[in-house]
Design a protein around this ligand. Structure first.
Ligand SMILES: Cc1ncc(COP(=O)(O)O)c(C=O)c1O
Length: 454
């Protein structure tokens, strides 16, 4: 009988994170100082991040050792299992072999603690006692609150208003770990007050919440800022997952034909697939598929341009797929996928056609999530369900063609705090959004005309 789960022992955990930067098929365009248009220096980032993370952000070392204190905490839930989705295969009647790498077993219920713990550790090392951040779905805010509790660091989280209202239990989880959670836009910052003045009922967005968290950190000596996705060092920390997956697939005697994940800012997807991108560049035949919502179609429809990471134009300019920093995505239930931009590393690989993006409507995503829950048992996060949808589509294609493909899903989190979204689906009140081109064109008007260094 085929094994249902493939485990690694703690001693088999990766000892270093994988940095894809030196292996990229084209050079990564640097972040720019919006004032001068010049590439950023470490001093530009020093008010926001500890120096060790700034070094990781620009590092060209292929491997960065994981400190012992981080390894000790990783072992609270790592290594995470690789499951074979035998029940789903049977339900679909597909000859494909479907696997999923389960990051939902962390204390916060997602992949986010992989970097939250690392970021809290480096802040602590440099004497930082207070960190601000933003959160969309609440997964990142809870992960950083957990890490704050473990390293005795005060955490303040600006949570996107729509998710704050949809997910009161995520707020309570943050508070349980000692984090403070404020709905964004708020009246605590200039950025928040400016939005509220225009639209007192603003549902918020990750771009706005980032502005609030960055403004506060930049204005206080005792406070730094942490980002839950997008930046190189965040993606780096997540590679612990893909490196484990490589070993687990080898134990199962498998070579993946398809790796599928969901992309908000790109961190879980990158951590899961980057260790395989090099194999693909070296000639291995792997389809690497990034999924996203049609309501926020950054990788499938947005231009590849320099833009701000936040609404209030406080962050550096990043070269990425962007719908424009002023874009406020429709209030869909996959809150973690409502970001106007994408990680520069993921954007580059999409522009180089190494990664293929696909977008889905939320109703079809929830329909698949229900099929999954009723066969595999686990209830996926709405974000994760985007990846499952693409995997099920592919498995059904295999049923038509008879191909026995090995499909691996990045199972980024559980949906236990997303049951209001399941309720909306089950009662038929979930709306699909297809973004009109005029809305994208309008939002792109605010994006600066910057081409970056030659
Ligand atoms: C479960 C889950 N998956 C995916 C994401 C998307 O983020 P990222 O693209 O950084 O992995 C989030 C974000 O909150 C999330 O909570």
């Amino acid at each position: 009988m085929d094994d249902t789960k493939i485990f690694l022992s703690e001693s088999e955990m990766p000892q270093a994170w994988y940095n894809i930067n030196p292996d990229l098929p084209a050079p990564l365009m640097p972040p720019l100082n919006p004032g001068t248009g010049q590439p950023l220096g470490p001093e530009d980032l020093a008010p926001l991040f500890p120096m060790e993370l700034i070094k990781q952000e620009v590092s060209m070392e292929p491997w960065i050792e994981i400190p012992d204190d981080i390894m000790r905490i990783y072992k609270l839930w790592r290594p995470s299992p690789l499951h074979r989705a035998l029940a789903l295969e049977e339900e679909l009647g597909t000859p494909a072999r479907i696997y999923y790498k389960n990051e939902s077993l962390s204390p916060a219920g997602s992949h986010k603690p992989n970097t939250a713990v690392a970021q809290a550790y480096y802040n602590k090392q440099e004497g930082v006692g207070r960190i601000t951040t933003e959160t969309g779905a609440g997964q990142w805010g809870s992960a950083l609150s957990l890490a704050g509790a473990l390293f005795d660091i005060e955490i303040r989280v600006y949570m996107v208003r729509i998710s704050y209202d949809q997910k009161p239990y995520r707020r309570l989880l943050m508070q349980t770990w000692g984090g403070e959670c404020i709905p964004s836009p708020s009246d605590r910052t200039n950025a928040g007050r400016a939005i509220l003045a225009q639209d007192p009922d603003s549902p918020g967005s990750l771009g706005i919440a980032i502005s609030e968290a960055v403004e506060e950190a930049a204005g206080r000596e005792d406070t730094k800022y942490a980002l839950g996705s997008v930046l190189n060092h965040v993606l780096l920390h997540q590679t612990v997952n893909g490196l484990e997956l490589k070993k687990q697939l080898a134990i199962a005697g498998e070579k993946p034909d398809m790796l599928i994940g969901c992309v908000g800012g790109g961190s879980n997807f990158a951590g899961f697939c980057f260790p395989f991108v090099k194999d693909k560049l070296d000639g291995q035949d792997i389809d690497i598929i990034a999924t996203e919502p049609t309501a926020c179609p950054t990788l499938t429809r947005a231009p590849y341009r320099y833009d701000f990471g936040d609404n209030a134009q406080m962050t550096p300019l990043l070269k990425m797929h962007t719908l424009g920093h002023g874009f406020v995505p429709p209030p869909i239930h996959a809150g973690g996928l409502r970001y106007h931009g994408d990680a520069p590393l993921v954007s580059l690989l999409v522009s180089q056609k190494v990664i293929e993006p696909r977008a889905f409507h939320q109703n079809e995503v929830f329909e698949t999530a229900i099929t999954w829950a009723r066969s595999e048992g686990h209830v996926p996060a709405p974000e994760t369900a985007h990846a499952i949808k693409a995997a099920v589509d592919e498995a059904l294609k295999c049923k038509e063609t008879g191909e026995e493909k090995c499909i691996v899903i990045a199972y980024s989190g559980h949906g236990h705090f997303d049951l209001a979204a399941y309720d909306a689906y089950l009662t038929g009140s979930l709306t699909d959004y297809e973004l009109p081109q005029e809305m994208i064109d309008e939002a792109m008007k605010s994006v600066p005309e910057v081409s970056g260094p030659a």
